[in-house]
Write a protein of this length. Structure first.
Length: 648
């Protein structure tokens, strides 16, 4: 006969039953059957038992309870923070339900924006030209945004596929500087359930709207950069934004136009155009043309992906220039050759289908064009013009955590690497912007060495960089409400980078003690003096005959600083053979190295002025005095406290 069911007041019998249950189905929890627990559940033992069965299964058939889902840390797949903001709309916000109302509200809001003149965009880069106090042309930053059109497959999809980002009004400052806004009309559903638009305006040097063509973008950005490259300066243009926002479309248009202009130039015959293409994936850099012969013909099998065949090394030279090792350069004799090279390089870039783009670039693609005179002594009449360089950078698109949720582990890692490098790019942009503000300058640290991508773009971020560099940043955005959070994020980060003409440039005081800046004569006289001092040192043999002019006479300070140590030794020893020459070369090279390091680490005030040694010593002494005064004050205070305590 079955024993009668236990009543809730059979405390000890319930205790045994619970112990038996836990020992069978969840042994680790058996210790929880204590008096306190029995007290807590007094009168409700039946309910407690039922809860246990639901959680751990019937007696003798344990089930393992599912752990509570853990929130995925944002840093894993979304370090750029794109996933933090909820997308506009979605089921929660109800934007899609009010689509028709929102479309009407956007139409009303945009009707109020004055129509723009139909003139083509001005040459934006030239408009930013500026001259510093010493009369030298300064580097420029030009900041644009491009709002792509709604794509055919997005038309008629309903829901949140409606436009909410448009070109806004243009305005001209008292100083005559013109800006153009990108207007974000974020759809929101109020607490009372009413649809409303939240307006945010971001100022750019120029806003290219959905109707702007690649030709228009080229005329404003590409043509002036091509002219500058032909004149021997450096230009960098990069686009960033969400995946599928139109970066590749824009950069390809720019590259096509620039190539056309370089070969259409009247002096094209006397110039040599070299092309390289690399892709950056996290910390790996791959040469996309590694297996091609110089003429563009194909060699062995191509290495796809940023490993193996075309692995490129990147670092900084003594004079601060960014140097690449193992990156092939291809001389393109004609426009057709260059177009073919570009085609090969781009076809090798890694692409994948993403939530937003079927052929999404999953690496940062960097096209480098070098434009120089056709070899020395060619009679080109181009003189000693140093080669111009253009970096045309098509960044991989950022993805929100929500958009990458279906990715495999490898793709998640890839997204993480892309977002991390974009995050360090953003940090550099932010720091560089702060440095451009009055009072910012050289005291702001721009962490461009933190990632390979930003190191490659050193000319853009190095505040102390003496090279003339025209930088153009294009913030690429989708116009759709569906993407509004991500687009706002892109605009938000880009907009502060716009710096007014005349404000951005910190006049850099040239350091007369920096050997990189010395003339041939200065370098030769320093080498002669240092060699004489070296041979006067105690223990040195007879003074060694050393003629710096004969060895380094035709070289500028920078050229001598760039010599490899072995080459430096070879030259000195060609004149002073044996151990004496070896010792001299060693001492001279070490002294030169010290000068370079000193110059690189010399302190400057926030306005860029060099701090003299006397000032540095005075500042140090002043801080010692201040510290001593503080210590005295502190001692007085302690005495006072001790007295107060003795009274109490
Ligand atoms: N201004 C434009 N006019 C017409 N079509 C455009 C425009 N911008 C982008 N598109 C189209 O949108 C799609 C996505 O553009 P694109 O591949 O350039 O995006 P992306 O930002 O480079 O994306 P990802 O970062 O994923 O590589 C392409 O089909 C492209 O042709």
């Amino acid at each position: 006969m079955a024993s009668p069911p236990l009543g809730d007041d059979d405390r000890e019998q319930w205790r045994s039953k619970l112990l038996e249950y836990y020992s069978s189905n969840a042994p680790a929890k058996a210790v929880m059957v204590t008096d306190a627990m029995m007290d807590k559940w007094a009168g409700k033992y039946e309910e407690l038992y039922a809860n246990m069965v639901e959680k751990y299964g019937p007696l003798g058939s344990p089930i393992v309870p599912k752990p509570a889902p853990k929130a995925r840390p944002a840093a894993t797949a979304d370090p750029a923070g794109y996933g933090k903001q909820p997308a506009a709309g979605g089921k929660q916000s109800g934007v899609a339900e009010f689509r028709d109302e929102f479309v009407k509200l956007v139409a009303v809001a945009t009707a109020a924006i004055p129509t723009r003149s139909s003139e083509a965009a001005p040459s934006l880069v030239d408009a930013k030209s500026n001259y510093s106090a010493n009369g030298l042309e300064t580097s420029t930053f030009t900041l644009c945004t491009r709002i792509r059109p709604t794509l055919p497959h997005e038309e008629g999809r309903g829901g949140e596929y409606f436009t909410c980002i448009v070109p806004g009004e243009s305005s001209t400052s008292a100083g005559g500087e013109r800006t153009e806004a990108a207007l974000v009309l974020t759809p929101k559903v109020s607490m009372t359930g009413a649809p409303k638009l939240e307006k945010t305006s971001f100022a750019f040097d120029y806003t290219f709207g959905p109707d702007s063509t690649n030709d228009e973008v080229y005329a404003a950005i590409g043509a002036p950069l091509a002219r500058r490259a032909l004149a021997g300066s450096v230009g960098v243009v990069f686009a960033y934004g969400q995946t599928g926002s139109g970066k590749t479309h824009t950069m390809n248009g720019l590259l096509d136009g620039i190539i056309g202009d370089l070969y259409a130039d009247a002096t094209a015959e006397q110039r040599q155009i070299k092309f390289s293409y690399l892709e950056v994936q996290g910390e790996s850099i791959n040469d996309c043309l590694a297996d091609l012969q110089a003429g563009g013909s194909k060699g062995s099998a191509a290495g796809k992906g940023a490993t193996g065949v075309g692995a490129v090394k990147i670092g900084e030279a003594l004079d601060g220039r960014v140097m690449t090792r193992n990156l092939s350069e291809h001389v393109a004799g004609s426009r057709a050759e260059l177009v073919a090279l570009v085609g090969v390089a781009q076809s090798r870039r890694r692409t994948e289908a993403t939530e937003k783009n079927d052929t999404s670039s999953r690496s940062h693609g960097v096209a480098i064009l070098e434009v120089g005179p056709l070899g020395s002594g060619s009679g080109s009449g181009l003189g000693d013009l140093s080669p111009g360089r253009l970096y045309i950078i098509d960044l991989a698109g950022s993805e929100r955590a929500a958009d990458s949720k279906e990715h495999s582990k490898a793709r998640m890692e890839e997204t993480k690497a892309i977002n991390l490098s974009l995050m360090s790019l953003k940090e550099c942009i932010r720091a560089r912007t702060m440095a451009s503000r009055p009072g910012g300058g050289l005291s702001v640290h721009v962490p461009y060495r933190r990632s390979k991508l930003t190191l490659l773009m050193k000319d853009v971020f190095d505040i102390g960089c003496a090279r003339l560099c025209a930088t153009v940043v294009i913030a690429a955005v989708s116009p759709l409400a569906q993407d509004v959070a991500h687009s706002t994020n892109t605009l938000q980060y880009a907009a502060p980078l716009r710096v007014a003409v005349g404000v951005s440039q910190v006049p850099i005081e040239l350091d007369p003690r920096d050997p990189v800046l010395w003339t041939q004569e200065q370098m030769c006289s320093w080498l002669s003096e240092t060699a004489a001092i070296a041979s006067d040192e105690p223990g040195s043999e007879e003074p060694v005959p050393f003629d710096a002019q004969a060895l380094f006479g035709l070289m500028s300070g920078m050229q001598v600083c760039l010599l490899a140590e072995s080459e430096f030794h070879k030259r000195v020893q060609s004149q002073v053979p044996g151990a004496a020459g070896g010792g001299l070369a060693k001492r001279l090279y070490a002294a030169l190295w010290m000068l370079i390091v000193d110059a690189k680490t010399r302190k400057r005030s926030p306005n860029g002025r060099l701090i003299t040694e006397a000032e540095e010593t005075a500042a140090k002494e002043a801080s010692e005095v201040e510290r001593a005064e503080k210590q005295e004050l502190w001692k007085d205070r302690e005495k006072q406290l001790a007295t107060e305590r003795s009274f109490n």
